[in-house]
Design a protein. Structure first.
Ligand code: NG6
Ligand code: CA
Length: 517
């Protein structure tokens, strides 16, 4: 009975994909999903515009990412939706600017799922096109309803918003619970040692970084002084689940293995793999074989480890002879940060390395380094290697893959996602018309101009030392002539400031920016 239902479902899926594609002359010819490429989206964490060789880094070597870039179209004006993780991922997976929805800021590790089950998402579009869909790595979009019991079924989660399979770091490496979740269960959990998680009062009697700093192998520089797991104190408290706890040094190996296994398992059909690495987020505790390899301390070594992960995925595609027909996207969820809360020598050992490249700011910042990130798209069958300055955002992946697979989004779906497929495949250098960037306050980019709305936040973060780009006055930068956002031209061009402020207001009010017929 079950297999009958499954095959009937896939039959209907392939029929609807065919029907939709038939309506779209000029797009890929449809038949079934096998006419479309596999999609592997490699999503690095906190990797800055200047952190990899192909974007100008010289101190740290990234041969695999650079090779990928040499076979891809490499974007110089591609953006995450926000300068932090949760809102970027929310926007990428839903096609909706996260600032439209309350509760989409950086989430604690016990937050409920913030994507409504049943809504059209990037993975649900792929599922509809007949793909097998998998999420491997960092999640950070919440799990369960309120008060999730980590010892039972973890639901709702990725499997309820379009993924067929998941293997997750539930939130971040520095947030409890420090366990993996596979599909609906914590991996390796012993029933006799249940997990409890708290982001309020301490839970259990395990040592914390605050009370037992002598137990730490890595000390916090700010925050991160609660439950100690694997010699590293975290944000939040957890007790139990001892056998299930991850070893930070193994995370890259474990998730890369799972990503490889997903590709292998689906090699004879079409798949969409969302591979969200933990690197190079804190705590930076790379595997011993990468320690000392960059010469820049753990942050640089984590970049080397990330590069290895990318290489392994690409090797797997080569080995299975899938590279030609697989569209690989490599990008990052937000800009770079050097000291993000642990004393890991990142600042001391920078050695002239510039994580933001020529850009101003970094993670958390309204300046461009907050969201302008490395981004490359490889699809040997269709895309010639090249360089593109088209303005694109990760929020556009959704409308673009809908177009790629011949699907028409409903008016209410992906309200801010634009079809920039032509730009992604480098068939045109024209990307989106304008873009809103999120960093506490909003910025609006259109043409050469970037407007940053006034904000009351600190100009510089006391914790990270990053220039946040907040100012009580409006800011206006000419990105074409002043990529580093050094000269605020707002006073010289009040008419542009007024126009952009009004447009931003309109974007806020209208609830959507994607046009539909
Ligand atoms: C901050 C954390 C930082 C990091 C960030 C989220 C402190 C002091 N800082 O609050 O370490 O976890 O949240 O990063 O706790 S993100 O990439 O997931 O958005
Ligand atoms: Ca991040």
């Amino acid at each position: 009975m079950k297999s009958y239902c499954m095959s009937r479902r896939s039959f209907i899926k392939s029929l609807s994909a065919t029907a939709a594609a038939a309506l779209l002359p000029g797009k890929l010819r449809a038949g079934d999903a096998m006419n479309y490429p596999n999609i592997v989206l490699i999503y690095a964490d906190d990797l800055g515009y200047g952190d990899v060789g192909c974007y100008g880094a010289t101190k740290v070597k990234t041969p695999n990412i650079d090779k990928l870039a040499s076979e891809a179209v490499r974007f110089t004006n591609a953006h995450s939706s926000a300068a932090t993780c949760t809102p970027s991922r929310y926007a990428m997976l839903t096609g909706e600017y996260a600032w439209r929805k309350k509760g989409t800021g950086v989430l604690p590790g016990n937050a409920a799922l913030i994507i409504q089950p049943g809504r059209t998402t990037l993975p649900s579009i792929m599922q509809k096109a007949g793909y097998s869909t998998g999420a491997v790595g960092k999640w950070h979009l919440g799990l369960g309803d309120r008060d999730l019991d980590w010892n039972g079924q973890i639901k709702p989660g990725p499997l309820d918003i379009g993924f067929d399979y998941c293997f997750l770091i539930p939130a971040t490496g520095d947030r409890v619970p420090c366990v993996y979740v596979e599909d609906r269960r914590v991996v390796g959990l012993e029933p006799s040692d249940p997990i409890q998680v708290s982001y309020g009062k301490p839970i259990g009697d395990e040592p914390t970084g605050k009370n037992h700093p002598e137990l730490l192998k890595m000390h916090p520089s700010h925050g991160h002084n609660q439950t100690i797991v694997n010699g590293i104190s975290r944000i939040g408290y957890m007790s139990g689940g001892k056998a299930a706890r991850w070893v930070d040094e193994d995370i890259a190996d474990v998730i890369t293995d799972k990503a490889r296994a997903f590709i292998e398992k689906n090699k004879d059909r079409r798949f969409f793999l969302y591979f969200a690495t933990h690197d190079i987020h804190v705590p930076r505790a790379p595997h011993p074989r990468f320690v000392g390899k960059s010469g820049l301390g753990p942050r640089g070594d984590a970049i080397v480890q990330l590069d290895w992960c990318v290489g392994e995925i690409l090797k797997t595609l080569d080995r299975l002879k899938l590279a030609e027909e697989t569209l690989v996207i490599f990008t990052s969820d937000n800009g770079p940060v050097v000291d993000d809360g642990y004393k890991d020598q990142a600042v001391e050992r920078l050695d002239g390395h510039k994580p933001s490249g020529p850009l101003r700011g970094g993670k958390y910042s309204a300046f461009d380094a907050g969201t302008r990130v490395p981004c490359m798209v490889r699809w040997p069958r269709r895309v010639k290697p090249g360089l593109s300055d088209a303005l694109i955002s990760q929020i556009d992946f959704m409308a673009s893959v809908a177009a790629l697979t011949g699907q028409i989004l409903a008016p209410g779906d992906a309200p801010d996602s634009f079809d920039v497929l032509g730009a992604l495949l480098d068939e045109t250098k024209t990307g989106r018309d304008h873009l809103v960037e999120q960093a506490g306050i909003l910025s609006l980019v259109k043409g050469d101009w970037k407007y940053i709305e006034p904000g009351k936040g600190a100009k510089v973060s006391a914790a990270t030392g990053i220039e946040l780009g907040h100012d009580t006055q409006p800011q206006l930068y000419d990105l074409k002539n002043d990529l580093g956002e050094k000269h605020n031209l707002a006073a010289e061009h009040p008419e542009i400031v007024e126009e952009f402020a009004a447009m931003l207001e309109n974007i806020r009010e209208s609830g959507r920016t994607r046009k539909y017929e």
